[in-house]
Design a protein around this ligand. Structure first.
Ligand SMILES: Cc1cc2nc3c(=O)[nH]c(=O)nc-3n(C[C@H](O)[C@H](O)[C@H](O)COP(=O)(O)OP(=O)(O)OC[C@H]3O[C@@H](n4cnc5c(N)ncnc54)[C@H](O)[C@@H]3O)c2cc1C
Length: 465
């Protein structure tokens, strides 16, 4: 069955001619496949355009603009906040088929790619050169560079290398009316005009569609060493994190698991976790072949001042992969146990982590809702997982109030509502809690300049009223 109610006939005809039957999808099964992202919410688009070139993106947007058809850009659809969902119907414009690596200059340390290149494939491509692109979201095997740029994605390595916006030199991007713009360039310095690259990075596909990206590269560490450290309390672990980060050399990852996360791992896995442990850190250093052992030992010595229950000797390679298991096992377990869990990714200054954890524990106790916390302690970015049973009306009626309390707590601690997942549809009702009225108004005006008719990715980021 085919149904495209909101897209006028002439647009359908032109899109079919431009993209062919293989590149323009209207069958219900195809539309269903593009109706989801990692939120679990569903929004059925009217049709899907699978662009294979920048010229096609320009033509699609120009056509949709002229006929007032809304367009939702999409990469791999792994987003956590509904950004790739066509919540007002219209066209989904997928850049997933644009997978070419166009230019690679090791001497200038950049690579130019199309937006549909999968993060992991890019890293594989760069491997033999001794360079890498630092953004490392856990979804790297599936998510696209275009999605990473739109969401300013990040992962455990952010404590050392920063986030996506730190690794984008320039962009080609197409405005809703089909105009192609070029931002930034191939150089690591450049101060001519406003920094449009940074404005577009993290704009969640609401200002323009990224059609090409110049990515800055870093030397790939030759070796990584990892140690697992168990603590009797969250307070001690958090204090160790603050002290470590005040030191000269940052770790390459500093991940955190709280007591309830450890309880879950004890119950659901065979991982050996000390009985008394109520918090755990995964400490990784990365660099050249020499000197790393001394570096991690120095960090462990610092941590020993905080009386950990146990620390494992630093390991690398496959041994390190088994230590990472503690962290990577958590999301799948949570998904299995509580498919409707609510996963927030709040962030606070690192020194406020103890207060955040104490506050979350109080909120959990008051509401009778288990909250499991883990995440990127080195950035103060914690994944707060509310385990709720959607069949339990009493609990579900409390969820809004609990989230209000979580977000209020985070803002009172000078934090931010999202460290990496973004706003999308999921946090738009809260954005005014964080941004002041003047800043919010300016952002809306910027959106207006880029997309006066509000056709590009409508229903995202800004509150409806
Ligand atoms: C298992 C799992 C683990 C994850 N771990 C992390 C993590 O560690 N860190 C993290 O930051 N995120 C994480 N995420 C979230 C998600 O993977 C990232 O936000 C990722 O960057 C999205 O990329 P995507 O290609 O899937 O984009 P999509 O989900 O398709 O789209 C995301 C947003 O980007 C926009 N967009 C996509 N392509 C373009 C384009 N070419 N031009 C303009 N806008 C575009 C869309 O409109 C949408 O708003 C995780 C998700 C999953 C499922």
């Amino acid at each position: 069955m085919t149904a495209v109610p909101t897209i006028p006939g002439p647009v359908i005809h032109e899109l079919k001619t431009l993209l062919g039957d293989d590149g323009f999808l209207t069958a219900t099964t195809d539309r269903e496949a593009y109706a989801w992202d990692n939120t679990g919410y569903r929004a059925l688009p009217d049709a899907i355009a699978l662009a294979t070139s920048e010229e096609q993106i320009c033509a699609i947007l120009h056509l949709c603009h002229n006929h007032r058809v809304s367009v939702t850009p999409r990469g791999a659809g792994t987003g956590n906040v509904g950004g790739a969902l066509a919540v007002q119907g219209g066209l989904v414009l997928s850049t997933q088929r644009m997978k070419h690596i166009l230019e690679f200059s090791p001497a200038d340390r950049y690579v130019i790619v199309e937006p549909g290149v999968v993060n992991h494939d890019l890293q594989k491509h760069l491997e033999s050169s001794g360079l890498f692109w630092p953004p490392d979201p856990s979804s790297a095997r599936a998510c696209t560079v275009g999605g990473n740029i739109a969401m300013c994605a990040a992962g455990p390595g952010a404590v050392r290398w920063g986030v996506t916006r730190d690794w984008v030199l320039g962009l080609n991007a197409v405005l809703m009316d089909g105009t192609l713009i070029h931002t930034g360039g191939r150089t690591t310095k450049g101060v001519v005009g406003f920094d449009m690259t940074r404005l577009l990075t993290g704009s969640e596909g609401t200002l323009a569609v990224v059609s090409r990206a110049i990515l800055k590269l870093a030397p790939r560490p030759e070796k990584r060493l990892l140690s697992r450290i168990a603590f009797p309390s969250v307070e001690l672990a958090a204090a160790a994190v603050s002290t470590l980060l005040a030191a000269r050399q940052p770790p390459s990852a500093l991940e955190f698991l709280d007591g309830s996360a450890l309880d879950l791992l004890r119950r659901e896995t065979t991982l050996a976790i000390p009985k008394e442990a109520r918090a755990m850190l995964l400490l990784e250093v990365a660099g050249g072949l020499h000197g790393l052992d001394a570096q991690i030992q120095e960090m462990i010595n610092t941590i020993l001042r905080f009386k950990p229950l146990e620390w494992t000797p630093p390991v690398d390679g496959s041994d390190a992969a088994s230590v990472w298991q503690a962290r990577s096992a958590l999301s799948p377990i949570l998904k299995k146990l509580a498919p409707k869990r609510i996963n927030e990714d709040v962030v606070v200054p690192v020194s406020r982590l103890p207060a955040l954890m104490a506050g979350l524990e109080n909120i959990s106790k008051d509401a009778g809702i288990p909250i499991i916390n883990f995440g990127h302690a080195g950035n103060g970015n914690i994944h707060v997982n509310l385990l709720v049973d959607p069949q339990n009306e009493k609990i579900m009626s409390q969820v809004g109030g609990v989230l209000d309390r979580v977000f209020r707590l985070v803002l009172d601690l000078d934090g931010s509502l999202s460290g990496e997942h973004g706003v999308g549809t999921q946090k738009r009702d809260y954005i005014a809690w964080e941004l002041d009225e003047n800043c919010l108004s300016l952002q809306k005006q910027i959106k207006q300049v880029f997309d006066p008719l509000g056709l590009l990715n409508p229903g995202k980021i800004w509150p409806s009223s």
